[in-house]
Design a protein around this ligand. Structure first.
Ligand SMILES: [Zn+2]
Length: 424
């Protein structure tokens, strides 16, 4: 036990935190990105006599920090604010940038017409973003570091859009500056990409990030439609951008590198989708497909597809449920035993609660953490045993420490804290 390679994923996740170090980056003449000051990036475009802002950070506190960091580069008045999409980490600081300038607030029409996303309520203390974790346990949230923990996302600084984009593509001239807006759904149905044809800079929103895409988020959202996402990436590839400022992480600079990022992203989604659909047609179950669907080596090694935020296995399960429904095709699973009934039978099979708890404890000791958690679940479902609950908490903590995926790590660790009574 405790071979360094066991923790390679976690150390990769830790290293990825450097993506969120604070810096103002000039990606092209007069186009600046504020990285790492909030959960998401803010872009400032200078015009001859004003500023245009793309995305506004998570809340007014972060937005004020960003205004100060931009310093003299940020010139009033602000002529326009563009929201790439509705997520609160991108829209919560608009009032600060707007000030008294009364800028146009631009978004896709879907942003104002769609209601809030349906999402599962909290369960057993789980939290994909690690919001409740103590600093010592938190590495990052996959797309951000501590922001969202110390200064939570709010709607306090949200300003209602005043100019809505309907078309798939729309050309705008604001304060003499040409912008091309491209509807690019995927992560969010209302996502728009902003293309600056003269500066050759692309601001794609969250349609491309430096992580495998979060196609099927564990916080309980619908599948983000892969075919729609692929089509959006194809559209953005045709622009031939020379710099790209995604909604999170450091910008991608250089024509070849931007093309590679977009291509890897598209190919990664396409391959996982194709392999999964092919498996479904051949009658494979989600559990079987998770064992076999893989990115080919070249894509698995891509810096744009590391599983810091999204993850291939969950994408497979999400695609399966979306295309084929909840039933895996195994008749045993049409009406499975309840967890309690199964737990009682497992206890009887093992010759009592103590024997089963001992097996769970042994599994934990030998590093078979998933099995330890599964055995503990049987006991917990049947008896609510405190000892089994503690074994489960320890097993989840150990699984967390071997994760490259931030949302898995955060979910394991937050649940473990809850099970130990350290959180309520
Ligand atoms: Zn985002």
């Amino acid at each position: 036990m405790n071979h360094p390679e066991e923790f390679a994923g976690r150390e990769q996740l830790r290293a990825s935190s450097s993506e969120f170090r604070r810096e103002i980056v000039e990606v092209a003449g007069g186009v600046f990105a504020a990285i790492g000051y909030s959960a998401s990036n803010v872009v400032l475009i200078q015009t001859a006599s004003s500023s245009i802002i793309i995305d506004t950070s998570a809340n007014p506190v972060d937005a004020q920090d960003i205004v100060e960091a931009f310093g003299e580069r940020f010139r009033r008045p602000v002529a326009a604010i563009i929201y790439t999409h509705n997520h609160p980490d991108h829209t919560g600081g608009a009032t600060v940038f707007a000030g008294g300038d009364n800028p146009a607030i631009i978004s896709h029409r879907i942003l104002v017409e769609s209601g809030p996303e349906f999402a599962r309520g909290p369960r057993d203390g789980g939290d994909a973003f690690g919001t409740k974790l103590p600093e010592a346990l938190f590495i990052n949230a996959g797309t951000q570091r501590e922001y969202g923990r110390v200064t939570p996302h709010t709607r306090v600084g949200f300003l209602q859009p005043t100019r809505l984009i309907d078309a798939e593509e729309e050309e705008l001239v604001i304060a003499g500056l040409r912008l091309h807006l491209v509807h690019a759904p995927g992560e969010a149905p209302e996502n728009i990409a902003v293309w600056l044809p003269n500066q050759r800079v692309l601001v794609p929103g969250d349609i491309v990030l430096k992580t495998f895409p979060n196609l099927s988020p564990i916080r309980g959202l619908k599948l983000r439609p892969p075919q729609v996402w692929i089509a959006s990436l194809n559209r953005l590839m045709r622009l031939d951008a020379e710099a790209m400022v995604q909604g999170h992480m450091r910008p991608v600079i250089g024509r070849t590198e931007v093309a590679r990022a977009l291509r890897d992203y598209r190919d990664g989604i396409e391959i996982v989708l194709d392999q999964t659909l092919d498996g479904i047609r051949r009658g494979r179950t989600p559990d079987e497909l998770v064992e076999t669907v893989r990115l080919p080596k070249q894509l698995a090694d891509s810096p744009y597809l590391q599983e810091f935020y999204g993850n291939v296995a969950w994408a497979v399960r999400g695609i399966y449920a979306d295309y084929a429904g909840w039933f895996d095709g195994n008749a045993t699973n049409l009406h499975p035993l309840t967890p309690r009934a199964r737990g009682e039978r497992m206890i009887a099979l093992m010759g009592g609660v103590e024997a089963l708890v001992r097996r769970a404890s042994d599994a934990l000791t030998c590093g078979d953490f998933q099995w330890a958690a599964e055995l503990a679940d049987h006991v917990i479902a049947a008896t609510g045993s405190r000892e089994a609950t503690e074994i489960k908490a320890d097993a989840l903590s150990q699984l967390a420490e071997r994760q490259i995926n931030a949302t898995a790590r955060n979910y394991y660790l937050t649940t473990a804290q809850y099970l130990r009574g350290q959180l309520s």
